[in-house]
Write a protein that binds this ligand. Sequence first.
Ligand SMILES: Cc1cc2nc3c(=O)[nH]c(=O)nc-3n(C[C@H](O)[C@H](O)[C@H](O)COP(=O)(O)OP(=O)(O)OC[C@H]3O[C@@H](n4cnc5c(N)ncnc54)[C@H](O)[C@@H]3O)c2cc1C
Length: 496
Amino acid sequence: MSNKAGKAGKSPVVVIGAGPAGLTAAYELQKHSDAHRPIVLEASDMVGGISRTETNNGYRFDIGGHRFFTKVKEVEAMWHEVLGDDFITVPRLSRIYYRDKFFDYPLKPINALTSIGPYEAFRIIISYIKWQLRPYKDEQSFEEWVINRFGGRLYMHFFRSYTEKVWGISGKEIRADWAAQRIKNMSLWKVVWNALTGANDTASLIEEFRYPRLGPGMMWERTRDIVRERGGEVRMRSEVVRVNRAGRRVTSVDVRKWDPEKGDLGTERVEGEHFINSMALRDLIHAFDPPPPPEVVAAADRLKYRDFLIVTLVLDHADPFPDNWIYIHSPRVKVGRIQNFRAWSPEMLPDPDTASIGMEYFCQKGDGLWTMSDEDLRALASRELEQLGLAKASDVIDAAIIRQPKAYPVYDGEYRAALDVIEAWLKGLENFQTVGRNGLHRYNNQDHSMLSAMYAARNILGENHNIWDVNIERSYHEEFQLDRKGKASALAVAAE
Ligand SMILES: Cc1cc2nc3c(=O)[nH]c(=O)nc-3n(C[C@H](O)[C@H](O)[C@H](O)COP(=O)(O)OP(=O)(O)OC[C@H]3O[C@@H](n4cnc5c(N)ncnc54)[C@H](O)[C@@H]3O)c2cc1C
């Protein structure tokens, strides 16, 4: 069945995916043009992608806590336009749990050195001096990058185990790009010195963030409604399975429709003048018909992803800790990060006498964690919560589990060369752009996923932005925190 998308002479723009990027592309297009009509095609039955909010018996939760923070003015403006007073300000507290102690996060070296004990602090300093005198000459990996700046001992305590939990590979196999993108080029000595000399200013650290009252999904549900009110379409349960092209022009996409009860409803064809994609690049390249040249397909197969799952536990008593979230560095447990959803917004919980805790596990589709039954995951998460001394396993009264494939694009040794090949080929298409996080295979938060989508919409309207440049050079708030004098006095490197 063919589906002519044009209506009343408006030029149809087909958008693949109703996550932050796809919905932003549609919103931006409508904001600046009456002559275009977005048709957003979403494979699942929820909008928001990885930034959606799930619900279990009235308990709302994110796929990992989603903070709203940006330096991009137009993104900030859109968040406020869409949510108005429903966009709340939340105080931020997050710590690292390591060796049965809490350490400040972002890591403040003075706090780290005093909390870890004098003997270990001494070893950290000696190791730092050693690596300053004899650094790795040609730093290629994440591990070498960090050790050159902070020493081997500090790396071992505060970087290695968490980074390996997140990525499932050794810090030796992760490219230094990732560290360089996440941590400003600085040294332990600079961080310590700044903390000492600018000590009075550390109180002025920005310790709050914005958040939709009912979780991040609220932002994307509202955006969907606005897109529809303005005459656009957001079609749910519509998975793009083929992208049809004639030479350098994309002509249509084939969409598999499904229904929760009836199952597969067959395929329909949606035509368009322009196309904006936010599905993962690896899937996209395989969806083209005719397929791209073999080297492009081979490059797509070299892109890797890290998967993720969250076990939310409802406890029969008040919050076990005040933080929004805690990083769990201890290698004794599998959990990587623990959320406390009331600290994000009290409206995430229906019952004030309970707590809602999100136990986050980084995993690989098909591995032991991913394939574990929901019952076993609940038992594991409850046991680990008790092992960490945060609550008793018997306090758990309800649980829900969400598995999220392709949560993180992996920056391994071969991704950059592969991406170059894919980028060059896609740039040759006349009316097709790709945006977002997995759509660019870039470690983008919502803001940069959105900015790339805004640029794609504006390119259709005649502007000329290079989407692939978004977030190449970034100094992001969380890599290091600046005090009033602009000095870095704390250091953070963690995956959201
Ligand atoms: C654990 C975790 C924590 C995070 N924390 C933060 C945070 O604190 N702050 C922040 O700003 N960002 C955070 N992020 C990043 C944020 O989730 C992403 O930047 C954002 O969701 C990316 O938006 P997107 O639209 O590019 O992609 P996605 O969110 O992945 O959305 C893509 C959409 O496309 C759909 N789709 C895929 N394939 C098809 C197809 N073939 N046909 C139709 N539809 C398809 C998917 O179902 C999905 O809805 C976090 C990410 C993770 C994993």
